[in-house]
Design a protein around this ligand. Sequence first.
Ligand code: CO
Ligand code: CO
Length: 351
Amino acid sequence: MTATADRTQNLETRVRLTEYARCAGCAAKMGPLDLKAALSALSPRSDARLLVGHETFDDAAVFLLSPGVALIQTVDFFAPIVDDPYDFGRVAAANAISDVYAMGGEPLTALAITAFPTGKLPTSVLGDILRGGESIAHEAGALIVGGHTITDEEIKFGLAVTGRANPDRLLTNAGARPGDVILLTKPIGTGILATQAKRGRLDEGAYDGLVRSMTTLNAAASRVALAVGAICATDVTGFGLLGHAYHVARASNVTVRINADAVPLLDGVVASLADGAGTGGAERNERFVADAIQWNDATPAQRACLLDPQTSGGLLIALPAAAAREFQSQFPNAHVIGNVLSRGKHPLVIA
Ligand code: CO
Ligand code: CO
């Protein structure tokens, strides 16, 4: 497909998709504390075949189907964070499929979940969203096999993804060990940049970098992680780098130390922050980690980046130093951003 054919077919209608989202610049994920309170009302049944459930805050559920074969299930959907329908479909699909990669799995099939203001926008806009989602699913080797669409003032799109994994080769939050180093496979700052874009103040180069990052699958990162023997990974999404690092620290019963200066940022993040592009999601994420973190000398800008809700972020992987070097030789975009210590007073320490 050519670059022009890849683009949405609705540019002439000048549809700005983010006008159909209530929350600017973030996936509008419910705050982790609110979610925890709501989930406490449930009484999940235990089953020996449920290898990974939601108690470790992992990216997807893993269910043992038969010896050597585990089923992975996950769902993600959200309102537009970019204006182009085709790009929005790609971003939402890459974000949803990522949770399968974050568990060390392979996506197989997906169902599309869509809310659309029927009658207010041409159905070709919906077609572009779905086409974008399909293109990413196909790139991931997954089939979109159905879905469900409702009418809603706010556009929403995402996928429920089914995958499979080797139950003996899973990547979970619970596998970090003292002495491991922490790798991150994509720069952060998607919430800040999307907010700046919605304000109409993000330059084209930074915008393209944002979309490129959010539409890049975590397939290669996951494959290399498994190849070098990783057992601990998660993807960095709505709870921000620190929210997800906290999940790892808690599930692994360790302290995760993040070197703020070493965390890679997308182009335009520093300037956008200085221009006032903050997100409400960062405040919710800050409350989530408030009691768990020792900030030391982190600057307000560093804090804002580390708490910034990410959409379709990279993998955060814990690995012994030698394996981490091997990972970086096969995946040069990965940055060492911290290390794992035995559990100290705080589960999270910023250096
Ligand atoms: Co995830
Ligand atoms: Co998710």
